[in-house]
Design a protein around this ligand. Structure first.
Ligand code: 0O2
Length: 241
């Protein structure tokens, strides 16, 4: 797909890298992998950026349409990113994925990531349904960490979807990971993510318990806020009728 001698050289260096024993991964080697992988990967990165643009447009349209119907925006904000090459190399190395463009594309499904922050829990599923109802979106996998939170308390709805981008040469299907969660779930996840990278903590166990309790408290706030919102809207609707 990428053709020519660059690809042949690239594949040769990848074979060399793949032949290395795990313990031989030095910082210099990591930099070599990053450099070798960058050229052919740049084209792929652009395709992932295009796929993100497609998905974000779809989400913005849904948000506008839902607000027309109900005077409420289900989406607070949307963030997106293409995974850095360094993170890709780290993930591939950890999961024993060969360092070839084809293998990376087939096995790392969060190279393109879109995070949708919703106001209320029911908005998460509204956005999910609105997105998956579209003809050109194919659901590959769904992980519902809201209905089934992770053992540390993490809550979020993850969708791995396939979406087409239209190039001058034709259609190309791309994989995008969409994480949908509430403001409260996002607040918790962002702080937990920061704390997770703090090494050498003495009270690891009690901190994990505290984080889990905080996740449960914020889930309870989400539920109560949603009940309140539904009361307010019901009240307003009755007055209008
Ligand atoms: P980053 O830097 O956020 O991109 P997979 O991606 O399917 O190979 P996994 O772990 O089975 O790996 O996927 P899963 O469970 O869907 O989680 C993928 C992403 O969800 C993570 O990406 C995080 O963004 C987020 N996530 C999952 N669990 C947690 C958690 O406990 N706390 C927080 N804060 N975020 C979480 P990456 O690749 O870890 O990193």
């Amino acid at each position: 797909r990428y053709g020519g001698t660059i690809m042949e050289n690239f594949n040769q260096s990848l074979i060399e890298i793949n032949n290395l024993a795990k313990e031989e991964m030095s910082p210099e080697m990591k930099m070599k992998i990053i450099r070798e992988i960058t050229k052919p990967y740049a084209r792929l990165l652009t395709y992932y950026e295009c796929a993100i643009d497609e998905v974000v447009t779809k989400l913005n349209i849904l948000n506008k349409e839902y607000s027309l119907n109900s005077e409420q925006n289900p989406i607070d904000s949307i963030k997106s990113r293409v995974k850095s090459t360094e993170s890709i190399v780290d993930k591939a190395y950890k999961k024993n994925i060969p360092f070839t463009i084809e293998a990376l594309e087939a096995n790392i499904r969060d190279i393109a990531g879109v995070r949708v922050i919703c106001n209320f829990p029911e908005d998460v599923y509204k956005i999910r349904d609105g997105l998956l109802n579209q003809d050109d979106i194919k659901l590959i996998e769904e992980k519902d960490y809201i209905k089934n939170p992770k053992s540390n308390g993490y809550r979020s709805l993850h969708l791995i979807i396939e979406t087409p981008i239209y190039l001058s040469t034709g259609k190309r299907n791309m994989i995008v990971e969409v994480q949908i969660r509430t403001i409260a779930q996002n607040f918790w996840a962002a702080l937990e993510h920061q704390l997770r990278y703090k090494k050498n903590i003495d009270e690891k166990k009690s901190i994990s318990i505290a984080l889990k309790l905080l996740a449960e408290e914020s889930a309870s706030i989400d539920t109560r806020m949603e009940l309140l919102k539904n009361r307010i809207y019901k009240d307003n609707k009755q007055k209008a009728d």
